[in-house]
Design a protein around this ligand. Structure first.
Ligand code: BGC
Ligand code: NOJ
Length: 837
């Protein structure tokens, strides 16, 4: 069953009922200011950091699921409704939500009145615009009241939820109102209520501004409101939620000024609309900073506490009219048009085209901005930027914004330790490593090589390797990035176990395989409990990674002219390859790991968890066991033992008991998450591995199973958004087999894009240029690609001739070339390539 449809022309997903199985969300914002927005107008807003600079409040894990947002209420006689249906949930006569790239639009209609909202974060500014148009289509005059509503968060979202003794007393507001309203009796004797422009009503949330903050939040509208509220208790009533505000259901806003407790912002407009008449408001929700020495209104003292509004006024002046919103929307759309023109495919598969051209790349950009911090499944307070996560995300967006990828690599590398290990996470605002989680995840160092290599292969910019980068943010011990990569590489070389395989530490990619943890008490974090380092437990997955990224490291050494180091690296890779073949092979598939007692994990010797997906995918894509025929066997075992109609499960048989020696992996009920769920992230590894072996049919079959556009028809089973990937789909052991969870912020986005663009469609950036080596199903037909690369636009036509893999002939601007790497020539702007398979 579907709950909407794709509009490929507009690059939108159109949701036609608010009753989606889960909130289906979108992200607004590209640089510093972000909003999460659901199909019922739920969500929240933050500046740079979802934990430390949260503007609006959100209640996680509450009922209903999606329960606070940027709401508009329309009161029409006895009927109160919201254009996005929530929170009042009055049945609407018409409803539509269109999630586009960086914007969302909503349409609701009730009793002859329509309301349309356009929400976006304009490029380059730290605010969100919501344009609301209310139209009377009823044929007779109507009196309506329209209300806005947001609830402020007291900035630090973590503290906001905990420190009530303080927080219920710190809230402070300032109001700048049209003169008539400012004179209202309710404001008599209240400080910080001022008369301002006649056609603007602005509410300032200035909690903590009196002390160490240099910023305020603003909710403003380009019109004279009839009334406002800024105290939650006044607006909602102490015993109501946003589904039944006293002000809306009763006799309107009461011009409350919050002082402590819970500040909110609501504007009320009482309008009379003739038949056919409409009215439009432009609301601006903004983050405004003032320099420390210019915090206070000119001519006032700090103890008067009056905010300097110069910067706020300048920002608001940019968004005064509906035309200003149109202009911001055009700029946003051309930004995306330009970005997405970097990669475009036209193939026989409509679903593939729409995912590869639009949604998959869009999701990659969102993971770039959010890492794993803020989604409807990540609270924004728990984790910042993940070291391994952000390095992998980079693989999916580096072709779109190489400059920002460069910056990101430097930020990430700055949280590495001198021995090559790294903080597992860092905070986006401070860019400092997070010591709560610390280090000890032994795959982390290698992902830095993966990300850096991807950046250089894309951009050709090897100067990044000479960039001086601190260790643990300490400039006094800074070294060139190349040295960071060497330490990454050597960390693995220097941390091997009894089988000459890499030690796993706290965990590798699979955060839940905690082989040194031995946790016996509820509540202990599997990720941080126990010793971070054990001398015995080893990971075959990291070994596969080492073979793959060790070779990429060697290539970078060559690029720098260091052939001796390249040779040394290849020697180490060779040893690792041999160790995998000797002790990492189980007969029919690759072993997953050795536990702290030296026993195999992911072996036929085990009662449960006999086969894991990760080493099969990664070892084969790294080329391990290909010559020996083991790769074929491993992938056949994956198909036989792990495959389902909804994707490939992470392991089988599922753990039915808690295994002290394995940690969190066995703590999940069978079929969920790392315990035999379909972890979407490593499905593309297997698909890529299939392309390495030339199995185009199978690679594409795997691609399709988890690809959201291909499973749109079963949205009632899948439940999460049909336009983005989820981290996990429940496996065959789970009661809700096929159900998605944790959508949006997952490495799946980057890896599926790498898979479809670089391996299936086969355009892989090498250090010397683009190589073309597609691996497609036999019946895929011909396809065309447009790819911008290092300033050149390539127009590539692939004639498959029914073949799954193997380029027979390639011409570049009409001339036949040897091999399948397009010779790079920076002097050309457009290059025509024809490929025959
Ligand atoms: C989840 C993992 C996640 C880890 C770290 C675990 O509970 O299952 O997917 O990586 O926590 O936050
Ligand atoms: C989610 C985490 O963000 C990621 O780092 C990890 O690799 C996967 N879970 C698998 O455990």
């Amino acid at each position: 069953m579907k709950f909407g449809h794709f509009d490929d022309q507009a690059r939108e997903y159109v949701i036609t009922t608010p009753r989606t199985p889960l909130p289906w969300i979108n992200y607004l914002g590209n640089q510093d200011f972000f909003t999460l927005i659901s199909n019922t107008c739920g969500g929240y807003t933050f500046y740079k950091d979802a934990k430390l600079l949260r503007l609006t409040r959100y209640r996680y894990n509450n009922v209903p699921y999606d329960n606070n947002g940027k709401y508009f209420y329309i009161k029409d006689g006895e009927t109160v409704w919201n254009p996005g249906w929530q929170p009042v949930k009055t049945d609407l006569d018409e409803y539509e939500c269109r999630h586009g790239l960086g914007y969302s639009v909503f349409h609701g209609k009730k009793n002859g009145v329509s309301a349309d909202i356009t929400s976006l974060v304009p490029m380059g500014d730290t605010c969100e615009l919501s344009r609301l148009t209310v139209k009377n289509e009823s044929g007779a005059a109507k009196k309506l009241s329209v209300f806005s509503y947001v609830e402020w968060c007291l900035w630090n979202a973590d503290d906001d939820m905990k420190n009530f003794q303080r927080n219920l007393s710190t809230g402070e507001m300032e109001l700048e109102l049209p003169e008539a309203l400012a004179g209202n009796a309710a404001f008599k004797g209240r400080p910080w209520v001022f008369a301002g422009d006649a056609d603007r009503t602005t509410i300032y949330h200035k909690t903590e501004y009196r002390e160490r903050r240099n910023h305020v939040a603003v909710y403003s509208v380009n019109a004279a409101a009839d009334a406002v509220d800024t105290s939650r208790d006044a607006f909602l009533g102490a015993y109501n939620g946003p589904d039944h505000p006293d002000a809306v259901f009763g006799s309107g806003c009461t011009n409350s000024v919050a002082s402590g407790w819970s500040p909110v912002a609501s504007h009320e407009f009482d309008v009379e609309l003739a038949a056919g008449e409409e009215k439009t408001w432009v609301f601006v929700l903004a983050y405004v900073e003032n320099p420390d020495d210019d915090k206070w209104a000119p001519g006032t003292t700090p103890s008067e506490g009056i905010v300097n509004k110069k910067n706020a006024h300048a920002l608001l002046a940019k968004y005064k009219t509906s035309a200003d919103v149109d202009k911001a929307m055009e700029t946003l759309k051309s930004y995306w048009e330009e970005l997405l023109s970097c990669y475009h495919v036209e193939s026989s598969s409509e679903e593939l085209n729409r995912m590869a051209n639009i949604w998959n790349q869009y999701q990659c950009m969102v993971t770039f901005n959010m890492s794993r911090s803020a989604s409807y499944y990540e609270s924004g307070i728990g984790r910042g930027m993940g070291f391994r996560d952000s390095c992998q995300d980079l693989l999916g967006f580096v072709h779109l914004i190489p400059d920002r990828a460069r910056e990101r690599i430097i930020d990430i590398a700055s949280t590495q330790f001198q021995d090559g290990s790294a903080y597992h996470q860092y905070q986006p605002l401070t860019k400092k490593g997070n010591s709560d989680i610390g280090s000890g995840f032994n795959d982390d160092p290698l992902w830095l090589i993966a990300g850096t290599s991807a950046y250089i292969r894309e951009s050709g910019d090897a100067t990044i390797l000479d960039e001086i980068v601190p260790f643990d943010n300490d400039m006094s011990v800074a070294k060139p990035l190349m040295e960071h990569l060497k330490r990454s590489f050597d960390y693995i070389v220097n941390h091997k176990g009894p089988h000459a395989l890499p030690l796993i530490g706290r965990a590798d990619w699979n955060d839940c395989l905690n082989l040194n943890c031995f946790s016996e008490h509820p509540g202990e974090s599997f990720q941080t409990f126990g010793p971070s380092e054990g001398p015995v437990a080893e990971s075959v997955f990291i070994a596969g990674m080492f073979v793959k990224y060790g070779e990429e490291y060697a290539k970078l050494c060559e690029l720098k002219g260091d052939t001796a180091e390249a040779a040394r690296a290849r020697e180490e890779v060779k040893k690792m390859n041999a160790a995998i073949l000797k002790d990492g092979w189980d007969g029919e598939w690759f072993v997953r790991a050795y536990d702290a007692h030296g026993a195999k994990v992911g072996s036929k010797e085990c009662r449960e968890g006999q086969i894991f997906i990760e080493p099969q995918g990664f070892c084969v894509l790294a080329g391990v066991g290909v010559e020996e025929g083991l790769a074929e066997k491993a992938l056949a075992s994956v198909k036989e033992k792990l495959d389902t109609k909804y994707g490939i499960m992470i392991l089988q048989p599922a753990y039915t008991e808690y295994h002290l020696e394995l940690g969190e992996v066995s703590s999940y009920p069978p079929g969920y998450k790392e315990n035999a769920g379909i972890f979407c992230h490593n499905n593309p590894w297997v698909s890529i591995a299939e392309t390495v072996l030339g199995h185009g049919d199978r690679a594409f079959e795997i691609y399709k199973k988890t690809c959201p556009a291909f499973i749109e028809d079963i949205s009632e089973i899948h439940c999460t958004e049909p336009y983005v990937y989820s981290q996990m789909v429940a496996g065959a052991d789970a009661h809700f087999f096929g159900q998605g969870k944790n959508s949006w912020l997952t490495g799946t986005a980057a890896w599926t894009f790498v898979n479809v663009s670089q391996y299936i469609l086969g355009l892989y950036p090498t250090l010397s240029g683009l190589s073309v080596d597609p691996c497609v199903p036999g019946n895929f037909g011909d396809f065309k690609l447009t790819r911008k690369y290092r300033g050149v636009t390539y127009h590539i036509e692939v004639k498959t001739n029914g073949s799954q893999k193997g380029v027979k002939k390639m011409t570049v601007d009409g001339a036949a070339v040897e091999g399948n790497v397009i010779p790079f020539d920076a002097s050309k702007k457009d290059v025509q390539v024809v490929v025959e398979m």
